[in-house]
Every structure is written in C-alpha cells, then in structure tokens.
Write a protein that binds this ligand. Structure first.
Ligand code: AMP
Ligand code: ZN
Length: 676
C-alpha cells in the first residue's frame, strides 16, 4: 500500500475511529497542525474532491454533521474550528479537515503547512458545497496560483501580525492561545462587525441580483424572505435608498401605497391563503439596510423561528403594522426610532403569547408545538372550506344561467336609482341568537359587488319574473330563512349567496391591526372537536348591533369571512379526512417516511413535538456514541470495501424499530398542546 493510501489503512482499524456513522468516520489527524485536528472520511471510495459532483451533496452534509459531532464529543467550541478541504490534497480518500484555529502544534513545521490552511489553498466546506451546487465539480487550481499561495507571507489568522519566519509566527500563535481573553474578543468583535456589515447590505445585493424577484416595478420588488418566519413570508423592498421607516416622510406615502399594492399582489398569487391570513408591516428596528415591508402568513410556523427574539420582533411593538406607519406619517410626518434600551427589552421579552389564542409560555419550544397545532387545524379548515366552496360553486353555476344584467336595469329603473346599495344586512330583530350572530359583510360600492352578491332584486318574491332563483325549488331560501318583504336588498343568511365562489370579496385595503384575541375564547377548548379556526370571534368591528349605513371596511378590517357559523361543516378528524378523501395531500403533517415532501418554502416541518425534538436532537448526532464503541465496533464494523450508498440517509442507531414509529412521532397528539 502506498504512502498516499495511509488514511484508508487508518480507517480500517476500528480503534482509530473517534465516531462513525453509516456513511462516514472520523479519525484524529496523525500529524495534527493545531490543538484539535480531525479528519472526516466517507466510507464510499471517493479518492478526492476532484471526483465530487452534485450527487455527493447529501454525503457532504453527512460529513459535515460528523464534523460538528466530533467537536461536540471533544467538548470543544465549534466556533473555534475551521472545517474544509485542501485544494491540493496529498492523501487519498476524500477527507474533511476539522481543525482548531489556534494552529499551535509541534507538528506544524513548514510554511506549506501554514499556508495550506490559511490561504485559498484551504477550501471551506461551505465554499465547496456552493461550488458543487453551482458548477457540479471542483477543479484543480492552476499550478501558478498554487505556487503563489504557498509562498504567501506568514500572516497571522487572528490579527494583522506577519511572521518573518515560521518560528516567529508559531511564537506569536502561542501568545494568542495563552491570552485568549484579549485576542478572541478582538477577533470576535472584528468578525462580528465585518459579518454584520456584510449581511446588512444583503437586500441591496438582492436588488442587483434580479433573479430573485417575484414581482418588480420601477419603485419596489417583492422577494421571498431568506429565513421565512411563517409558511409564507415575503418582503417588499423599496428601490429607493431608504434605510428604514425612520427615514420616511410624508412624501413617501405614495411609495408606501405602492408597496402595499405589491403586497396585495403577492398575496393574491397565493392560492392557498387569503389576505386576512397575512400580516403586513415593518420592523421598527430592522437589521437590513433597506426599507422592507414584511408580508407573512400569520401561522408563524417555521423552522427559522428559532429564538424568542424572532417571535418578539413580530409580536411586540417592534413590529409596526403598515397602516400604523401610514397613519403616523400622515399625521406627524415622521416616525421616531425606539431607544436601544426599549429595543432590547422588547426583543428579549420572556413571555411569548400565541398570536391566535391566549396561550402563553416562556418556552419557545412550547409555543412552536402550539403553533403547529394551530397550523394543522387551519389546514384542515381550509380543506373543508375549499370543499364547501366547490359545492357552492356547483350550485351557483346552475343559478347563474339567468341574465343578471337585465335584472339590474329593470330594478334600477323601478327604484329610480342606479346607486349600488349595501346588499347584505343583518336583521336588527334577529341579532343576538347564536346562529344569527354571523358577521355582517360590508360591501364596497363597486359594480363588481353586484356580480359578486347578486342583483338588488327581491329574490324572496317567487312571483317576480326577474328573480333569478325562482326556478330553484330544492333550494328554497324562504324555507331556510323567512325574509322580510320590506327590505328589498336583504340577503338571506344562505351560504350560497353569502359569497360568490372563486372570489375573495372586497379586500380590505391592507391588513389591519390584529385585534386582541377574543377573551371568551377558552384555550382549554382548543384541541376539541368542532374547533373552528375560522369561526369569527367578536371583534370591535363585529360586536354589537349592526351599524347602518354600511361602510366599506377601512384599514384594519378583516376581509370577508367564509360562510356563517351555522352552516359550517363540523370538524372532521384530519386523519380520517385525509385517508378517506384526499390521499394525495401529504403536506399537512410531517412524514418522516417521506422527508422530501414539499411544503411551502421547501421546509420540512420543524420538529415541534417534544419527543420529536429528542429525535431531531438525535439526528444531529448520527455518530455512534464513543461509550458504546466497543459494542458498535462489533455490530457495525465499517467496511470500506463495501461502501454504503451515499444517498442513503438513515443511520442505524436512529432507525425506529417500528417503521410506523417515526411517522407517529412526527404527528403530535393533542397532548402536545401545552395546557394553559
Ligand atoms: P491533505 O494534505 O489534505 O491530503 O492532508 C492529509 C492529512 O492527513 C494531513 O493533515 C496529514 O497530517 C494526515 N495524515 C497523513 N497520514 C496519516 C495517517 N496515517 N493517519 C492520520 N492522518 C494522517
Ligand atoms: Zn495574531
């Protein structure tokens, strides 16, 4: 065996393995160039980085996971390491270097050693990953560049020091190691400043990189949020050089209106949801260097929701709804920024209260499990609603055969007015009883309303030849709702007339402030059957006697509701529903057996349930525990002669005994809802 196959020989001896998984192993570098120096190798026979292509990306992820795990096993800090490949490796079998950045080691002996880790001769893992993703291969550096890099001066990796020779540099590095206090804080500060400055400009870069635009106009663009905090999360980014809302003046109101228009457009494009499911607003203390309007669905069910501050940035005064910004600008011409103190206080607020009910907790994990429940139920509701709408559409298609326009003209002539009148009114005498306490829908006076809600004809009158419903005896609305004859524009509480299918009704100009949750909504009832996420809770717009005349809902109004409570279908257990009625819909529950399932933003549902969390934690540790090594060596002796399929992602030690177990674990039961 030649010298260059030394690593292959090493990994054949199980005693050399610090940790291992089904796809890779970790050994100590025999000639470490720093305090910690490990090599992660695949079991598959891949000679070097030059044989890699896109198909190896999952394998690389696995190697990277092993790298993290070995650092953890060694009790070291991940941030003290650099992880990557040599652009010009000397040893055979692909190997990922996991090396601490102190570079204090007696076996660091030559300039080549130093420069191979501290110039472009070292290819960080992320860089290689991105390269492969983009170009499908990694090519050799030209020899001239290689020589140039090898001969670069000996620049310290932690400060600006340049060593005259290797011993001087090594002495200097030792000082860094012995006085970590000064140097690491310096280093971190510098790094942090650099990194932040870079990232703060990300939106500016995105504006240049036109590929990301979902919508573009001369003044703004819509892009997907990089770290979506909900299932649907977009940003409307202004093209004008404005840092944040504190730079806005009254003159920017047209720009704001324009941004809201784009927000509505992108919402319109989301078939799945409606405008009332979205939150639209600005972060008061935005990280980004560019004015950007958040448009996000109110599920807040997302992998990227990782810290309480993420939650707080959308659920405290740190988030300013669009209309508030608009109003402040109209009234006082500017918006003040908040003090750093207040910012920190709000950002670090401990109590996290659900945005959809009164559930409160100190633990983000609990909240996430709870949000997952909301999300799951909402999905079920939406499905039900879609079915309802389909039924309604079928019924309405039958009715629409009559000529609405002639009816309109006749009616206008008869009443002597062509003014559109509010069409749906609640009966004053019927208010108060549970089934009649439906939401009053207020119509805009646009011509479309007639198309959406039917002509202003007394359709209760079966004798009226213009009554488009006169020939539909099976659905005799008189029998459903005896209607008063004195209200020519009264619309019965019949779901078929409540909304026209396929239309969303008039959209509120923007998403309003979310009113405080209904105090009568008992969260204890949350997981019970019949729970209806769309059931309107009384809000300041919907409570009390109906108001006349009906005004269009202004800023802050809810969009139109679905059918009233009384006709809503009862909640059907989702599992049944799915099994029985919609076998193709897999996006609603995480399914470990189908890890590639598509859900919005290509996210896999985060591990929300506590037991799942344990699992996901385990997933971060694919290695065999060193304590169990004896055991695992016997059972699982890695056999490089028989390389594993690199696409196989399962680890022996985490495969559930029962194949259904995984799926079950990923499907939280009602017990997962923390009791308040
Ligand atoms: P590279 O230049 O990327 O090919 O690095 C090869 C690495 O393998 C170097 O860091 C060597 O110190 C290390 N090495 C060489 N021989 C052995 C061995 N027998 N066992 C473990 N590590 C080795
Ligand atoms: Zn230094």
């Amino acid at each position: 065996m030649s010298w260059s196959s030394g690593l292959i020989k090493e990994i054949l001896n199980p005693n050399n393995l610090i940790i291992s998984s089904e796809l890779g192993v970790v050994i100590a570098d025999k000639y470490p160039k720093a305090q910690h120096h490990y090599l992660v190798l695949p079991l598959a026979d891949i000679p070097s980085i030059f044989q890699l292509n896109r198909s190896h990306l999952p394998l690389l992820e696995e190697l990277h996971l092993l790298a993290r795990n070995v650092v953890e096993v060694k009790g070291a800090r991940w941030t003290d390491f650099q992880v990557g490949f040599h652009a010009e490796p000397s040893m055979q079998r692909l190997h990922l270097h996991v090396i601490s950045t102190d570079f204090v080691s007696p076996t660091l002996k030559t300039k080549k050693h130093w420069n191979s880790f501290n110039t472009e001769l070292f290819v960080p893992y992320e860089k290689l990953f991105a390269l492969l993703e983009k170009e499908n291969c990694f090519s050799r550096l030209p020899k001239s560049l290689r020589d140039e890099l090898l001969n670069k001066p000996l620049i310290c990796n932690q400060c600006e020091f340049v060593g005259k020779n290797l011993p001087t540099l090594k002495e200097h590095l030792l000082q860094h190691l012995q006085d970590p206090e000064r140097t690491t804080s310096d280093k971190m500060e510098k790094q942090e400043v650099d990194e932040k400055a870079y990232f703060r400009d990300e939106l500016k870069r995105k504006l240049k990189d036109k590929r990301n635009f979902l919508i573009e106009t001369d003044r703004a663009v819509v892009i997907k949020a990089d770290f979506p905090k909900s299932q649907y999360h977009f940003r409307v980014v202004a093209k004008e050089e404005l840092r944040d809302i504190t730079q806005l003046t009254e003159e920017h109101l047209p720009l704001l209106d324009h941004m809201m228009e784009l927000a509505n457009q992108i919402i319109e494009q989301q078939d799945h949801l409606e405008s009332r499911d979205f939150r639209i607003g600005f972060k008061v203390h935005t990280f980004w260097n560019r004015l950007n309007l958040h448009v996000l669905s109110d599920d807040f069910y997302s992998m990227a929701m990782k810290r309480p501050r993420h939650w707080n940035s959308f659920h405290t005064e740190l988030f300013m709804p669009f209309q508030m910004v608009h109003m402040l600008l109209s009234l006082q011409g500017s918006i003040e920024s908040i003090s750093e103190e207040k910012y920190n206080e709000l950002r670090n607020q401990r109590t996290l209260t659900c945005n959809q009910c009164e559930f409160s907790t100190d633990l983000l994990l609990d909240l996430k499990a709870h949000l997952y429940q909301h999300w799951q139920r909402k999905e079920g509701e939406r499905e039900q609603k879609k079915k309802m709408e389909n039924i309604v559409r079928l019924l309405d298609e039958a009715k629409l055969n009559d000529d609405d326009h002639s009816v309109l003209k006749l009616d206008d002539a008869a009443t002597g007015t062509a003014q559109p009148t509010p069409l749906l009114k609640a009966e004053p005498e019927t208010k108060g009883t549970p089934t009649q306490n439906f939401r009053v829908q207020i119509q805009h006076g646009s011509g479309n309303d007639n198309l959406m809600y039917g002509p202003p004809v007394n359709m209760m009158n079966q004798l009226n030849p213009n009554n488009p419903f006169r020939n539909t005896p099976p659905l005799n609305i008189n029998s459903l709702n005896p209607a008063p004859q004195h209200r020519p524009n009264y619309r019965a509480r019949n779901p078929n007339q409540h909304r026209m299918p396929g239309q969303h009704g008039p959209r509120a100009p923007w998403n309003g402030p979310r009113f405080p949750p209904n105090p009568n909504w008992n969260p204890q009832n949350f997981p019970q059957q019949g729970f209806n996420m769309f059931a309107p809770g009384p809000s300041i717009n919907q409570q009390g006697p109906p108001q006349y005349p009906y005004q269009p809902i202004g800023a802050g109004g809810y969009g139109p509701t679905g059918p009233p409570n009384s006709v809503r279908p009862k909640w059907v257990q989702k599992t049944q529903q799915k099994n029985n009625q919609n076998p193709n819909n897999v996006e609603q529950k995480p399914n470990l057996q189908n890890p590639n399932q598509q859900i919005p933003h290509q996210q896999k549902p985060p591990a929300q349930h506590p037991t799942q969390y344990a699992r996901s934690n385990q997933q971060n540790r694919p290695y065999k525990n060193p304590q169990n090594r004896q055991n695992s060596n016997q059972n699982n002796n890695p056999n490089p002669q028989n390389p594993q399929n690199p696409n196989k992602q399962k680890y022996k030690n985490k495969k559930p005994a029962n194949p259904n177990q995984g799926a079950q674990a990923s499907q939280p039961t009602n017990n997962a809802v923390p009791k308040t």
